[in-house]
Structure formats: structure tokens, C-alpha cells
Design a protein. Sequence first.
Length: 276
Amino acid sequence: MAEQQNNGGCTEESCAGCAHADSCSSRKEDFREPANQYSSIKKVIGVISGKGGVGKSLVTASLARRMREKGYEVGILDADITGPSIPKMYGVHEKAHGTEDSIVPCVAKDGTRIMSVNLLLEDEAAPVIWRGPIIAGVVKQFWTDVMWGDLDYLFVDMPPGTGDVPLTVFQSLPVDGVVIVTSPQDLVQMIVKKAVNMAEQMKIPVLGVVENYSYVTCPDCGKEIKVFGESHIEEIASGMGVPVLAKMPIDMKLAQAVEDEKFYETENPYFRDIEL
């Protein structure tokens, strides 16, 4: 049996009861945390970006809204601990409350369940000045301690980059796939590659790429103005074997919905064809 393991011939059945199972080099260590006992979640989708300022939270909320419009039960885990924006987008300002063994998420007007550090702070404008391990621990608690209930989709809005929090999410949560958010700038190819490479190294499927700020439509003549230059996302994504899920322009209606804190009643027309 030991020789079979060293040659990479292990299966779950063959390893059962084996004295060498704990030390076998071909078995991948599983760091995933158990979900809260009151949670039953069918799909966990991470929303990531290689850099900040590309509208990742807008895409997260748009994906959540799309699934709500289709009749699914949806939650958003706001893992961007130092820059949380999801609650304000949905007009949620009350505090999350707890039971003896769980935290109850807040519920937006469209039924989306939301958990964010802003829902735990006395002052939601107070800065979160915590080191990486503490932030990562809070993200884990949002999975293990929050009573999500029955959800079809849980979207995880992650901070930009490839640091502690994305690593914690990929290792600790049963992530079914990630959506990468980017913009049409010169650095886009390198940024998308970094995000794709991280997901591949963590063995997480990349569901597709969403390009934000693709263009703005002139209100007078209807011409599409490429503010950040021509998009090359199709060829970049194709070269990496990743589909383009949507190309979003700068849309004042969506921006106004965020400012008015009424994203719960918004329909993102650029996401109509997205299936997850």
C-alpha cells in the first residue's frame, strides 16, 4: 500500500484504514472549515480582482441581484474587511445580532442575506485597523459562525489582490468557482493572469471574466466612448481558456442606485445572459 501511495495511485477507498494515510504525500491536506450548523449552501462563488478600483463589489451585487431575479435564495459574504461597501449599497445599516452559538445576517429589502464587518461595528465609518491574520480569522467566522440558512448561492466579495483573505477563502470555504473582475487598461493582461494563476494553483475553477468600465454611451448621440482605451479582454480571456461573462459600461443608473442605497431594486441589463 505504501508503495502504491508514493506512486500516486491512492484513491479514497484504497486509503481507508491504511496505516500510512496521514503521511501519504499524494493526499492533499484539506483546510476547509465546516459551515455553520444552521447553514445549507449549494454554491459558493468568489468574486476577485487583481487590483482595486475595478468595481468588484458592483459586480458581486449585480450577480446576487441576477440570481434573486431568477428566484434563487442568495447571500453575500463581504470579505473586504477593510473596505466593506455591500451593506451601504443595499441600504442596510442595522446591526447583525447573535444567538448563543451563531450570528444572524441582515436581510436586504430584496431578501438577500448580508454579512459584513460594518454590521458589527458601533460606528460603520470607523476604520478597521487589523493585521492580516485577524482579518482572515473574521472571514472564517463569517462562514463558520453565521446562520446563513438555506441558500442557493453565497457570493463572496473579496478584497483585491492575492493576499491573506483570498487565500483564506480559497482554503477554508468550499468555493465552487470564481468570477474575475477587470477593466480595459494596459495592465489588464498581467492582472487577469495573476488572478487566474492563483485560482488554478488553489484548484478553483474560473467561471469567467467580467470587464467593467468598458465604455460610456454619449447621452446625446449614443456613441460608445472608450474612456480607458480599446478592450482586448476577448483575446486575453480566450488565450487563457476563460469565458467573458459580461462587458459593463459606465452606467449612471447603476451608479445612482449605489448612491441612493437602493441596489436591491436594480436590474443590471448587462448580466441577463449570465448563468452560474
